[in-house]
Design a protein around this ligand. Structure first.
Ligand code: MG
Ligand code: MG
Ligand code: MG
Length: 314
C-alpha cells in the first residue's frame, strides 16, 4: 500500500491533494491511500463537510523502506519525521525543490502553478480519465484556497482555467460565494489557543549556509478578519517566543494576511526578526508589527527574499 500525504500543519491543498491523488492512483490500479500529518484547519474542515467526505486518517508509524507519495510538499522539514528512512516513489508538488533524496528513480511532477489541485486536474486529463464530482469539488477548493481565489500572485492562467472547468463539474454555481464561505470558515478562529493559531499554516525553512543553516519558522494567518488576530497580538507574540525557544529556531515570523485587501502585516518577535525584516524587505520596523505591503505569498514573495538575504556572499 502506497501512503499518500501532504505537509505537516496541513492546508486545504495538502489534504485534498492526498485524497484526490490516492483516488486517481486507485483508478490506475495502484493500491494507494490518503493520510494527513496533522489536524485540519477550519477551512479544510468546511470543505470536507460540504463535500461529504471524511478526513484522511493520521499517518501511522511507517516501517523503514515503506513506499510513500508526497503531495503539496517535498522538503523533509515539512514532512513526516522519518522521511529519510522511507521510500519516496512519487511527488506531485508546486513548491521549490528542497532536500529530497530517493532510493530509486521516483515519479516526480513539479509545476509552478497556483496549487497541487491544478496539477492533479492535468494528471486526470493526461490519463484520459473523467473528473468525478467529488474530485472536482476537492480540486476546485484547493485552487481557490491556495490562490485566495486568484488574489495571490502565485495564480496562473492554468489555475483560472482549472476553476472554470471544475466549478460546473463540482456543481458550484457561484464560485466567489463559495470561496468567501471557505475564507469565512478559515477566519472563524474562536478561542483557538495562540500556539495553534501560529502553527496552523506554519513551515520551517533553512536559510544561509547549506551545511550550517539557520532554521526560521514562518507562520501565516490568512483571514478576512485581521482585527481579531491583532486583538490577540500579545498572546501570539508570547507563543512565538515559546516556539522559538522550544524548537531551537533562529527566528520566528507570523504574517497576518488580509485576504480581501491583499495586504500582509507581520508580527515582529524581537530585534533579530526586526533586523532581518528591515534588511530583507527594506521596510522600516518600529514596534511589534512590520507592514510588508502586498507581499501576501510566503512561497513567492517572502521565502525567496529571505533566501537571498541570508545567502552566503561569494
Ligand atoms: Mg500547502
Ligand atoms: Mg499547495
Ligand atoms: Mg496557503
Amino acid at each position: 500500500m502506497l501512503a499518500v500525504f501532504g505537509h505537516v500543519n496541513p492546508d486545504t491543498d495538502a489534504i485534498t491533494a492526498a485524497l484526490v491523488y490516492a483516488r486517481l492512483l486507485n483508478r490506475q490500479g495502484v493500491d494507494a491511500r490518503a493520510f494527513r500529518l496533522g489536524d485540519l484547519n477550519f477551512e479544510t474542515a468546511f470543505v470536507l463537510r460540504e463535500a461529504g467526505v471524511d478526513a484522511p486518517a493520521l499517518l501511522p508509524a511507517l516501517q523503514a523502506g515503506a513506499a510513500v507519495a508526497l503531495v503539496d510538499h517535498n522538503e523533509s522539514a515539512q514532512s513526516t519525521p522519518n522521511l529519510a528512512e522511507l521510500n519516496v516513489t512519487r511527488v506531485v508538488d508546486h513548491h521549490k525543490l528542497g532536500d529530497l533524496s530517493t532510493a530509486q528513480p521516483p515519479y516526480l511532477r513539479f509545476e509552478p502553478l497556483g496549487s497541487t489541485g491544478t496539477i492533479l486536474l492535468k494528471l486526470h486529463r493526461e490519463a484520459g480519465l473523467s473528473v468525478e464530482t467529488l474530485d472536482a469539488r476537492l480540486m476546485l477548493s484547493a485552487v481557490l484556497s491556495d490562490t485566495l481565489h486568484f488574489r495571490s500572485p502565485t495564480t496562473t492562467q492554468e489555475d483560472r482555467d482549472a476553476v472554470a472547468f471544475l466549478a460546473p463539474v463540482a456543481g458550484v454555481e457561484d464560485v466567489e460565494a463559495y470561496a468567501l464561505a471557505m475564507f469565512a470558515a478559515k477566519s472563524d478562529l474562536g478561542d483557538t489557543p495562540a500556539e495553534t493559531l501560529l502553527r496552523m499554516d506554519y513551515k520551517v525553512f533553512p536559510f544561509g549556509d547549506a551545511d550550517t543553516p539557520q532554521q526560521w519558522g514562518i507562520g501565516v494567518i490568512e483571514t478576512t478578519n485581521p482585527a481579531y488576530v491583532f486583538g490577540r497580538q500579545a498572546e501570539l507574540l508570547a507563543a512565538m517566543a515559546d516556539v522559538k525557544a522550544a524548537d531551537g529556531l533562529s527566528g520566528v515570523l507570523l504574517s497576518v494576511v488580509d485576504i480581501l485587501n491583499g495586504t500582509n502585516r507581520t508580527l515582529v518577535l524581537g530585534p533579530t526578526e526586526a533586523q532581518v525584516l528591515a534588511g530583507a524587505f527594506g521596510v522600516s520596523v518600529n514596534g511589534p508589527v512590520a507592514d510588508l505591503g502586498a507581499r501576501i505569498s510566503r512561497k513567492k514573495q517572502i521565502v525567496p527574499v529571505l533566501e537571498g538575504f541570508f545567502a552566503p556572499q561569494a
